[in-house]
Ligand binder design. Structure first.
Ligand SMILES: [Zn+2]
Length: 377
């Protein structure tokens, strides 16, 4: 165990320099107190324009509120308070160990701190694979995920042009990354063997690469879920995830609840509203990404994904569902888990088990995209 840890330590730190881009990942929000620890820590307090180097092991505590009070009158958006790094390349926050730097942001609205990890992209990918997939999954599935996650992250870095306090969040909103000890030899290998590789769209531009847990039979295009068109996406039939993960699911809603949800969706996304509360759902199928609903004699067409955003994944686990009126209730029958766009992770697992390599897996879910090497050490 110790030997494996040492191997990882050396290998991960070795991968943490040269031409690999870094990204800023929001790892925690709304903290009232932050304690950071490390060897020979280097601390910069940006608000005071002061830097300090500590010798040996040091623990530094930040109380976020007083830091903010000094700046409240002039600052309304989050502010970079401090940056901390260690020449060892590792730094701890509580029990968690991170590579790269930790940045402390203060949010005047909450009077609390947010914590950002400034980390080399390849190191980020090695920890993410263990969280977004599983460090024990087949190597080729992990490599497919590595390319998709790297593409997503690099796209976000490029869009923020380095000007934002963070590029993405470690959460299901973006993608979930881990800490230093989440990486395994396999995730490290998956990252190394695809180093710098990203997906590009038919026009040659970096493509925002999306992925999800289980499509349930068919993947969706970004425009079917979020409304914005991303080039090159196609909906593909995926039977490979059927036997694993979440079973087909169902839910029941009261008529009134659906009326309320549809009304909110119409107001938020369509500048419309429900006038007649007498609703009738038109015959639906899994192929429809939109629901057709009569409210009185007016037909409304709403994206199923917008209803899911509102209902939450506890009620509607995926966007792949059929909704119908039954007596005084609404019945929902669905398949899969997640938004359904791009790479289906459980499908990739099955394809890897059947001997597909990561390039074949990616070309199955992204048939019009190509793999390109964006950087190398
Ligand atoms: Zn699938």
């Amino acid at each position: 165990m110790l030997k494996t840890g040492c191997f990882l330590l050396i290998a991960l730190i070795a991968s943490a320099h040269a031409a690999v881009p870094s990204l800023k990942v929001l790892i925690a929000k709304s903290l009232s107190n932050v304690v950071v620890e490390g060897m020979d820590l280097h601390k910069t307090i940006h608000t005071l324009k002061k830097s300090q180097q500590y010798r040996g092991r040091k623990s530094i505590s930040f109380n976020c509120r007083p830091q903010l009070r000094k700046k409240l009158t002039v600052q309304s958006s989050p502010l970079l308070i401090a940056s901390l790094s260690s020449p060892t390349g590792l730094i701890s926050w509580g029990k968690h160990k991170y590579q790269g730097e930790l940045h402390l942001l203060a949010d005047p609205k909450t009077e609390r701190c947010d914590l950002v990890n400034f980390i080399p992209l390849e190191a980020y990918i090695t920890t993410l694979l263990a969280k977004e997939m599983n460090g024990t999954w087949p190597l080729e599935a992990l490599k497919a995920q590595a390319v998709a996650a790297r593409t997503y992250a690099l796209d976000r870095v490029r869009k923020s042009h380095g000007g934002k306090l963070y590029d993405l969040e470690s959460s299901e909103k973006d993608q979930v990354s881990g800490t230093f000890f989440d990486a395994t030899e396999k995730t490290l290998r998956a990252s190394k063997e695809t180093e710098g590789e990203i997906l590009i769209g038919p026009s040659g531009k970096i493509a925002p690469a999306f992925f999800h847990s289980k499509c349930g039979g068919k993947t969706l295009r970004p425009d079917q879920v979020w409304g914005g068109v991303e080039e090159g996406y196609r909906s593909v039939n995926c039977t490979f995830c059927q036997k694993t993960g979440m079973k087909d699911w169902n839910a029941k809603l009261q008529n009134k609840k659906l009326v309320d949800m549809v009304d909110q969706v119409l107001k938020k996304y369509y500048s419309d509203k429900i006038i007649d509360h007498n609703i009738k759902i038109m015959p639906d199928s899994l192929h429809n990404s939109e629901l057709r609903i009569y409210a009185g004699d007016r037909l409304h067409i709403v994206k199923k994904s917008y209803l899911r955003n509102l209902a939450g994944r506890g009620i509607l686990p995926s966007n792949n569902f059929i909704m119908s009126n039954k007596n005084q209730e609404i019945h929902v029958e669905g398949q899969g888990y997640g938004h359904g766009v791009g790479l289906c992770q459980l499908g990739a697992l099955e394809l890897a088990k059947r001997g597909y390599d990561y390039r074949q897996i990616l070309s199955f879910y992204f048939p019009r995209h190509k793999i390109k090497t964006a950087y190398q050490q």
